[in-house]
Design a protein around this ligand. Structure first.
Ligand code: T4K
Length: 389
């Protein structure tokens, strides 16, 4: 077996290695520097920096055609995109969401005085369980937000059925799922609309950014108004709104990164397969699988640590951090255990047993084009040595 050398290689006299030398979950995927600088020069020449500029429009049309939807409405980030979509759909009262997601899914509701009601997940897929959603419906429920966690498709048909049965709005948080498909159809076209995040740590980034994609002409028009204070023309405001606009510099980054998508998927897929191979056979440890019949971006390498594993999830995280591998516990402990929601629902855990079990056993590992087989070998060795010790 290979010797574990990460800290010894990187630390100088015991000092922590430079940030760039550590292995992080979330290192940005970046396209051509030269192409980006070219766009920046154009932006300087035009002196058009924001407010639906030409690069934003180009990015929107390229994303819409990449996914195969009628509309892409670019926004300043995924959270604002969620807030605008929720408001444009007229959600109110209570909305059912998973607790096993990034906090923004819940905050986007709470921020607008809508109560996020957490339903439990399927422990195998990590997605909202439609039967659990059904159990949480009350007379105040107005909608459901499914999350395509890790870029793997949520149970769209099951959630659609519940929504139709109860007259609820259905939308998806597709922050992880740009470039992914579900049952052979690109994610982005499901529900009333879907929300993408283009944050620096995502498969595809625009520094900060996001978008709502939809096939609904009226909804898209409403969201375009809402992201620009409700302005139509120079002096006329016809709708309540906010500032959700994407800048030209962000769009430039997006256009550059679109060109690099295939190479990022290739690197992520290679890394995922290397992890599968190198972590095979460890007791109680499983790399969450991607369905190869679908289009995947392979952006998250998710390790599940079951009770059968001789080491705890926290011990594995600790060992990795000690070797300067910044693995993460996404999305521990679940939104319902974060203060704003714990205050609202102190006993939510009783209904969220799968969520709690899954959240307590997850380790997300670094991936992306900056990682090579040697680095993955070192990460795998840290885990193997600990688990087999
Ligand atoms: N819905 C879901 C399901 C989401 O996952 C998210 C965002 C949203 C909605 C909301 O979308 P946005 O409003 O963010 O567009 C990160 C991101 O901030 C967040 O965007 C993302 N989900 C979440 C999963 O991860 P943190 O708090 O873990 O980020 P942070 O600062 O710890 O960064 C992670 C690692 O990435 C660091 O170890 C270092 C590395 N990194 C990060 C940045 C920003 C870099 O190397 N370079 C960088 O520029 O939340």
């Amino acid at each position: 077996m290979k010797k574990i050398t990460t800290s010894r290689d990187l630390a100088i006299n015991g000092a922590e290695p430079a940030f760039e030398q550590q292995l992080h979950v979330g290192r940005p995927n970046m396209g051509s520097r030269e192409a980006f600088i070219h766009y920046v020069n154009d932006i300087f020449d035009r002196r058009w920096l924001s407010n639906n500029g030409p690069l934003v429009q180009e990015l929107e049309s390229r994303i819409a055609s990449h996914i195969g939807v009628r509309h892409c409405v670019a926004m300043s980030n995924g959270t604002v995109a969620l807030e605008i979509a929720i408001r444009a759909l007229g959600m109110a009262g209570e909305v059912i969401v998973p607790s096993f997601t990034f906090i923004a899914t819940a905050h986007a509701l709470h921020w607008q005085a809508i109560t996020p009601v957490f339903a439990d997940i399927d422990p195998v897929t990590h997605h909202l369980d439609p039967a659990a959603v059904r159990r949480m419906i009350t007379p105040r429920t107005s909608g459901i937000i499914g999350v395509h966690l890790w870029g793997r498709g949520a149970p769209v048909a099951g959630l659609q059925e519940v929504a139709e049965e109860h007259g609820l709005k259905l939308m998806f948080d597709a922050a992880h799922a740009f470039g992914c498909s579900h049952n052979g159809q690109m994610i982005g076209g499901f529900g009333a609309c879907e929300v993408l995040s283009f944050h620096a740590t995502k498969f595809f980034n625009t520094f900060e950014g996001g978008a709502v994609v939809t096939n609904d002409d009226e909804l898209a028009e409403k969201m375009r108004l809402m992201r620009n204070f409700g302005f139509i023309g120079l002096d006329n405001v016809i709708h309540p709104g906010t500032n959700g606009k994407m800048t030209e510099i962000s769009a430039a980054m997006g256009l550059v990164n679109l060109e690099a998508l295939d190479s990022v998927v290739e690197a992520n897929r290679r890394n995922y397969e290397t992890y599968l191979r190198m972590l095979a056979g460890l007791p109680g440890i499983r790399v969450l699988p991607y369905d190869d019949r679908e289009r995947n971006n392979y952006q998250y390498v998710v390790l599940e640590v079951a009770e059968a594993c001789p080491q705890t999830r926290d011990a594995i995280i600790e060992a990795l951090h000690a070797e300067n591998v910044r693995a993460r516990k996404y999305f521990w402990p679940g939104c319902h255990r974060m203060k704003p929601y714990r205050d609202l629902f102190p006993h939510a855990g009783l209904m969220l047993t799968n969520t709690e079990r899954v959240a307590n056993g997850i380790v997300v590992l670094p991936t992306g084009p900056t990682l090579d087989e040697v680095a993955i070998g070192t990460i795998a060795d840290v885990i193997r040595v600990l688990v087999e010790s």
